[in-house]
Design a protein around this ligand. Structure first.
Ligand code: DGJ
Length: 564
């Protein structure tokens, strides 16, 4: 008896001691959290039709890099951070998988997200999380198993032959509510786990929509398609029709299915986003895949009339207003710009560069010089896809000029894919905050080389900046590069002072006043350190007599000009 009560005493003492230890640990953790100074929540600011992502109270430029689809797991992260550092990225775009996050309905597993936060901080990296949930490239492949096995409750789109397609139905209320609940849990967790604001934005879904089908043909969808177009869509699209209570076909004719499906997907995602934003108001965006019909947009902007494909069901590049009306909690519709040619690339940027839409390029491939096209469209950031050392590159780099691939580090195999972006990021990285600020103030312009265009002119009031491509002698004329690879940014610091940087080009200035000529007062080469221009040397003589030459090395110049 004695023995029994002694062991009972011991057991309860142990329990008490354990309880005390847990309380102590919790207090220590809470104290540590309280010691982390809570920073302002990142937000999108708008001024005079331009945008900035405000991070820690000031404009931030996203030098982004998106990892491969399956690289968001803790076991793979050792192959992620070195790639980010090699590239000079400041922000990693990494997926959060719904199937991992909610393995059993209503039970959320925060361990992977927490690992991302901890490791990103240890590598001084910010994050953009990609919520791979109902839609991933138009498919439901990241839905948790408990959903995949219950397609009656979480149905797929029904195709025009009445068969289920490999795409989730936007009319599935149970799927939408489950997604909204999980997304809210994620955002609520970030709110408490991330006072440092390591996470800057969240992408809601990934290239949503439906591949291979124009829309859902389920009975519910049919009923809605043949029913009246909602008033907010009519207003957003500025649609005029004399039909009373017009249906989608009446209003949009041959574009009816595109508009209808975009509306349905936007409504769904709008509700998921609103729920998450109510928990934690980070900027949210949806990534669109121009050139496919599985998404927030659009026909191929460069080939809008190509027959025999989606592009011959015009137009789809007019649906952004539907998204703005149906999903107001989504701050940006952002193009995955994989156009391989300059015309297509720029056309895509043009479409999304709207007063009501900040430009952000969340996925891209092709030539690194396209960075300057995006910068010229006042982008808040740029993020090439497939940037890690897992050797799972899926983007062919055929679009990249050979010379860009022949950097010395290209010979090291896996780095070859990432290397072409490194010099551009190395150039911008030390002055990324200044670039974002100058962009927001409307003082920064950028151009990139286009086939057959040897010279471009950038107007700055009393001065025109001229950018010519190719390296040539001090006298003579520009010849263009063997393949287009040049790019330049010019920012006006004062009336007669400019910040100039670029690659494979020559920049000069020309007074717009007639009969005046330019002279360089001072051309300073420098580097940025914590946003401060650190003077290295004055360039003169052969280095400036023909203009300001930029080669393969990152070079930043502060240039003062005068007329004579
Ligand atoms: C675009 C998608 O958004 C990415 O997740 C990835 O699948 C790439 N395409 C691969 O090409």
């Amino acid at each position: 008896m004695m023995l029994w009560s002694a062991s009972r005493l011991t057991a309860s003492a142990v329990r008490r001691a354990r309880g005390l230890a847990i309380v102590m640990l919790a207090i220590t953790a809470l104290t540590a959290l309280a010691q982390v100074k809570e920073r302002p929540i990142p937000r999108l600011a708008q001024k005079d039709g331009r945008y900035a992502l405000m991070v820690d109270g000031a404009p931030y430029f996203i030098l982004g890099a998106q990892v491969n689809n399956s690289s968001g797991w803790p076991g793979v992260l050792p192959k992620v951070w070195p790639a980010m550092e090699f590239m000079h990225a400041n922000t990693a775009e990494i997926p959060v998988y719904w199937e991992q996050f909610e393995p059993k309905q209503g039970q959320f597993d925060y361990t992977v997200v927490d690992t991302l936060l901890t490791q990103a901080r240890a590598h001084q990296m910010r994050l953009i999380l990609l919520w791979f949930a109902t839609w991933k490239n138009g498919n439901p492949h990241y839905m948790p198993e408990w959903m995949k096995l219950d397609t009656a409750r979480y149905p797929h789109v029904v195709d025009q032959n009445g068969r289920p397609a490999d795409s989730p139905s936007p009319f599935a209320a149970a799927s939408r509510d489950a997604d909204a609940k999980a997304f809210t849990a994620l955002m609520r967790h970030l709110k408490t786990a991330d006072p440092q604001r390591t996470v800057l934005m969240v992408q809601v879904e990934n290239e949503p929509g439906t591949g291979g089908n124009m829309r859902d043909h389920s009975p519910e969808a049919e009923k809605l398609f043949n029913g009246p177009v909602p008033a907010n869509v009519l207003k957003a699209m500025n649609a005029r029709t004399s039909a009373p209570s017009p249906n989608w076909r009446d209003v949009f004719g041959q574009d009816a299915e595109v508009c209808f499906h975009n509306w349905a997907v936007a409504e769904y995602i709008g509700q998921v986003a609103a729920a998450g934003k109510a928990a934690y108001p980070l900027p949210l965006y949806v990534n669109a895949a121009p050139g496919t019909h599985r998404c927030a947009a659009l026909r191929d902007p460069a080939k809008p009339d190509a027959p025999g494909s989606y592009e011959n069901r015009p137009p789809s590049d007019n649906v952004v207003p539907i998204w703005k009306a149906a999903a107001p909690a989504i701050d940006m519709i952002s193009p995955d710009d994989y156009a391989r040619d300059a015309t297509g690339y720029v056309r895509t940027l043009d479409i999304y560069h709207r007063g009501d839409n900040a430009v952000y390029v969340p996925e891209t491939g092709g030539s690194p010089r396209f960075f300057f096209f995006a910068l010229g469209h006042e982008t808040i950031g740029f993020s090439p896809f497939g940037m890690d050392f897992t050797k799972t590159h899926v983007i062919p780099d055929a679009a990249r000029p050979k010379a860009e691939l022949l950097q010395p580090w290209a010979l090291t195999g896996v780095k070859e894919f990432i290397a072409p972006f490194a010099p551009t990021y190395a150039l911008i990285s030390p002055m990324a905050r200044d670039v974002a600020r100058l962009n927001f103030e409307g003082k920064l312009k950028a151009v990139a080389e286009e086939q057959g265009k040897l010279t471009q002119t950038i107007p700055f009031g009393a001065w025109d900046a001229t950018v010519s491509y190719g390296i040539w002698a001090r006298t003579g004329s520009p010849a263009g590069n063997p393949q287009p690879m040049g790019g330049a940014m010019v920012a006006q610091l004062k009336d007669n002072q400019f910040l100039v940087a670029g690659f494979y080009c020559r920049v000069d200035f020309r007074p717009t006043a007639p009969d005046k000529r330019r002279q360089f007062l001072r051309v300073e080469e420098g580097t940025y350190e914590n946003g401060v221009f650190k003077f290295i040397r004055v360039l003169n003589g052969d280095q400036t007599d023909g203009g300001l030459d930029f080669s393969s090395d990152p070079l930043v110049l502060r240039v003062s000009v005068a007329t004579y």
